[in-house]
Every structure is written in C-alpha cells, then in structure tokens.
Design a protein around this ligand. Structure first.
Ligand code: HSE
Length: 310
C-alpha cells in the first residue's frame, strides 16, 4: 500500500488590528500536519492524533480537519473512499494563532493532494471555512484564507469568500508573542459589542484603507500610522494580562504597530525588517517574564505560500 501524503498548514494572524474578521496573514511557523492515506475500509477515519493532549475529537463531524475533508470528499463524489488521517497538532489551542483554521486547512489540503489535486488550492477555501466553523460557530476566513493560500489577505465579504491578496512590502516582518494562557475564540467574540459609534467607524475605516494603501505603496510609515484598532482592541485587551505594557515594549523597540493576534491572547507586531522584529520580540517577552507569565515568541516574514505538501 502507498505511504500516503503529508501536508503542512501554517499559523496565521487574523484581524491585523484594523480588519476584524476581514484581514489576516500567514506565518512560516508554527503549523499543523496531517498524514493521509487510502485504505480498504469505507469512508474517512481519524486514526491517530498527536500533540493535542486528548483534547481533539476523533469523530469526523466534531473535528475541524474531519469536517473540512468530509465536505470536500462529498463535493468530489468520493465520500465512500477509505481514507485514514493522522493529525499532528503542533500548535497551541486558544492561542489566537489560528490553530483550528490550520487543522481545517490541513484536512482539506490532505484530501486534495491524495486525489492528485482535482481543485486549485484557492477553491478549497469554502471547505476549510466550514471546518473551522466547527470550532467557534462563526463563518469567517481571516485565518483560513492566509493559512491556505499564504500572504496578507483581505476579505471583502465572508459569505461569498471574496478574498484578495495584498502586496507585501519587502522586509516586512512579524513578531508574535504567545503568553501561556488560553482564550477561546467563542468567548472572545461573545464580549464584543454589536454597536459601533460613527466616530469609531470613521477612524477604523480610515486606518484600514490607509493600511491597504501603505501595503500597496510599500509605505512603511503609513502602515505604522494605520495600525491602530480603535474598535476591537479596547474591548478585548482586558482578557490579556499586561497587554498595554507589552504593546508599549514592542513600539519602543521600533515596531511599526502592535495589536491582538486574532481573538488573543497572542499579541503581534509588524516591523520594517527582521532585525527590528527580533528586538521587538525580546522586549515583548521581557514584560511577560517580569510578570511571571510563560510565553513563546515567533518571528516570521509574511508567508506567501500557505499550506503545502511536504
Ligand atoms: N476574526 C476572528 C476573531 C479571528 O477575532 O474573533 C479568530 O478566529
């Protein structure tokens, strides 16, 4: 029997401060792996999960990777084929790094690769979003889209999955600090107000539009001025201990901007180059360390490739 195939799907930073549910970028690492192989029995099975401390379900319809893969198998008329999944969870849960999105992307990628790519990567997006929906109950692609296709992705509309890749200025580098506390996306969404003030809407749309202009014009200063979330960060930062101090530490080390990664608790910063990004990481970590909170730092370019067979 064939050995099967292995795929990798990377972590991602959703919202990017100014684009709640509509902006996200991929990191090089960390990420999830899935090994998939054809078997003689009927249907998709998850036979092994590592790295999840028993927290991920083996039932297909309860597992983000399982649901993404199953919906795709139904779409291509192969739901009866025997396929086994081994999921290698290599990302923390409830981290704000798009952990469930990476699993969902890996699930649909694995099946597509197993069948020799009947669909283009981009066309796998709806299945991956359906998979991630199992985790937090909402339908948004700001983690899934960058994890799948890479890059800095703007989503005009989550329902129709009208997604667009932004230009990324040369050298732009991300630092992400993940404090070892867990925030469930569902909970972090539940605390948000449904109401937005007119003043807040004007500021946020100005910042989002200017951020996009800055990206396309490689205007680093404009990107920095635009990275200010006046709507979501003020509501969510109370969930993250020492958020203001960590942000201040990142900015004082030269970061262009700093905000909450996805639903938190991770905090991301963007910098003009990898050297500054390194210094930013050192400064952010120091704040958590001084306050006896364990944390992990990730540094990455904006990953342009997304998920891949490896
Ligand atoms: N846009 C989402 C949120 C990302 O901030 O809730 C996390 O899934």
């Amino acid at each position: 029997m064939a050995l099967g195939i292995k795929v990798f799907a990377p972590a991602s930073v959703a919202n990017v401060g100014v684009g709640y549910d509509i902006l996200g970028f991929a990191l090089d690492k960390p990420g999830d792996e899935i090994i998939a192989k054809f078997t003689n029995h009927k249907g998709l099975r998850i036979t092994k999960i590592t790295g999840a401390q028993g927290r991920l379900p083996y039932e297909i319809e309860k597992n983000t990777a399982g649901v993404a893969a199953q919906r795709f198998l139904e779409h291509i008329g192969e739901a009866g084929r025997g396929i086994d999944f081994e999921i290698r969870k290599k990302m923390p849960f409830g981290s704000g790094l798009g952990s469930s999105a990476a699993s969902a992307v890996a699930g649909v990628m694995a099946v597509n690769e197993l069948f020799n790519c009947p669909l283009e990567k981009r066309d796998l997006l709806p299945f991956a979003v359906l998979g991630e929906q199992v985790a937090d109950g909402s339908y948004h692609a700001d983690n899934v889209a960058p994890s799948l296709i890479g890059g800095m992705i703007l989503i005009r509309d989550n329902t129709s999955l009208d997604v667009h890749r932004l230009n990324v200025p040369k050298g732009l580098y991300a630092t992400v600090v993940h404090p070892k506390i867990e925030i469930l996306t569902r909970d972090s969404r539940a605390i948000l107000s449904d109401e937005v003030s007119l003043k807040g809407m004007i500021q946020q749309t100005g910042n989002l539009a200017s951020f996009i202009v800055g990206m396309f014009n490689s205007d680093i200063e404009l990107i920095g001025r635009s990275l200010q979330d006046v709507l979501i960060e003020p509501q969510r930062k109370k969930l993250i201990p020492y958020f203001d101090a960590v942000k201040e530490a990142a900015l004082s080390a030269g970061a262009l901007g700093c905000s909450i990664s996805g639903a938190g608790p991770s905090i991301f910063a963007l910098s003009a180059n990898s050297l500054i990004a390194e210094e930013v990481g050192v400064n952010m970590k120091r704040v958590f360390k001084e306050n006896k909170i364990r944390c992990t730092i990730y540094q990455s370019r904006i990953n342009q490739e997304g998920a891949y067979k490896c």
